[in-house]
Design a protein around this ligand. Structure first.
Ligand code: CA
Length: 440
């Protein structure tokens, strides 16, 4: 795939790339994504009707796409059926170019994506789907915990698929905006999936950029990677958990997954370690890192041998450090965002029974779990801020309300960030006025 084009299966990722460092997770699971959502403008949930002129241009554009779609195997009757009455939703266009108003620190992403709730839910899914996951592992060589961690980060185990009609968003972006060739490919891939029978519901919803289903694949990734694992003849990543989990494993296998190998470990770096040697692309033989004094943070032995390894220090010298192997790269390819790759890797470790990170993130204002985010929103609502519903998604409205409260309370920085400091301050303020904050 061309490097300039989002490669990740999911949209979110896509969106993340388009938005620069911040991942927009309108589609994201309530949670995590909250983290992501935090950095992006809150997308309008309502569709925006086109003008007559826009509609005429849209119909003309679709007519131009038709031959291309047919050349790629979509039937003429199928194309006509799935595009009949299709209207563009112009509200997706601003999302293409929106820039994050706030930055989200890595520890905020991880606090939402790898919270106790997601760990508990993931362990329950492991038990519930144990036989299925064993068959997936046998066929694709990817362990159950990794597959379930991807599922948890991508869609909160199937709870959050996105809210925008996929065909509408993709057709709009295929005919408007600055990434039309890319979205045209995704639109045609969606038509292929519908026309070929893998998908049955033309009204299927996803993220604004087109990721959908349990594993939030983009349509072209779906067309290329998805597998029919429940044997009903259709590759259905929306309504079939077996298909979705096996397809995730197939993605990782194709990305170079090494069966039985770890993704990496949290490590302790020797004093004076040259941070310029760190980075996902700066690999050395593991024995070389060991010779330089890198050790596992828990004192355990690093694997023997000369596998290629990179050192990651995502927040610099004062935060946790990691050694990452080939399987980390496979996870990274799923989303092409360091924060997500780390979230999946660390969630998988927790699902295996790990206790979590040993080193602390370099902040005195830790990030919030999803439960805590909802509590914070409840407190903001109680103070009269119009932030919509309590959903654990920290969007622009919530951040503006936080900023207003930070200023009112004299907290610095007044950056609108949802962290423990503002949560505690509002708990105390709420207690002082007789309001009863929701406790964890
Ligand atoms: Ca199937």
């Amino acid at each position: 795939m061309a490097p300039a084009i989002p490669r990740r299966p999911r949209t979110r990722a896509d969106a993340g790339r388009m938005l620069a460092a911040a991942v927009l997770l309108a589609a994201l699971p309530g949670a995590a994504m909250s983290a992501s959502g935090a950095a992006a403008p809150t997308p309008a949930a309502t569709q925006q009707a086109p003008t007559a002129q826009q509609l005429a241009g849209f119909r003309q554009c679709l007519a131009g796409i038709r031959p291309q779609a047919l050349a790629q195997g979509v039937s003429g009757t199928g194309f006509d059926r799935f595009t009949a009455g299709l209207q563009p939703d112009m509200s997706v266009l601003p999302l293409l170019d929106s820039q994050p108003e706030f930055t989200t620190p890595l520890w905020d992403y991880l606090a939402g994506l790898v919270d106790e709730q997601r760990v508990e839910d993931g362990r329950a899914r492991l038990a519930e789907h144990r036989d299925l996951l064993a068959r997936v592992a046998a066929q694709y060589g990817v362990d159950a915990e990794t597959v379930v961690a991807v599922w948890g980060v991508e869609s909160d185990y199937g709870r959050v698929f996105g809210k925008r009609p996929l065909l509408v968003s993709l057709a709009t972006l295929a005919c408007n905006g600055r990434r039309q060739p890319f979205f045209r490919g995704e639109f045609i891939a969606t038509l292929q999936l519908l026309d070929g029978g893998d998908l049955r519901d033309p009204g299927i919803a996803g993220s604004w950029a087109g990721a959908f289903g349990h594993t939030q694949f983009m349509p072209t990734t779906y067309a290329r990677i998805a597998v029919d694992f429940d044997g009903d003849g259709r590759r259905d990543l929306v309504d079939s958990i077996p298909d979705a989990l096996a397809s995730t494993a197939n993605y990782l296998k194709r990305a170079g997954w090494q069966t039985g190998a770890p993704w990496g470990y949290e490590v302790r770096l020797p004093a004076g370690f040259d941070l310029s040697q760190a980075g996902r692309g700066k690999r050395r033989a593991l024995s070389d890192w060991v010779a330089r004094g890198v050790t596992r943070v828990d004192g355990g032995a690093l694997p023997a041998g000369d596998r290629q390894a990179a050192i990651l220090v995502p927040t610099g010298r004062d935060g946790p450090a990691f050694v990452a192997f080939r399987n980390y790269d496979a996870i990274y390819s799923y989303n092409a965002a360091e924060s997500y790759a780390l979230a999946i890797a660390l969630l998988a470790d927790r699902l295996r029974g790990g206790a979590g990170l040993v080193a602390s993130w370099p902040t005195d204002d830790p990030g919030l779990s999803r439960i805590q985010r909802r509590e914070l929103q409840t407190l903001l609502l109680a103070r009269g801020h119009d932030i919509g519903e309590v959903d654990g998604m920290i969007g622009s409205n919530t951040r503006r309300a936080i900023q207003a409260e930070q200023r009112r309370l004299g907290l610095t920085p007044d950056d609108g960030r949802a962290g423990m400091r503002i949560l505690r301050a509002l708990r105390e303020a709420g207690a002082g006025t007789g309001q009863s904050p929701l406790r964890e």
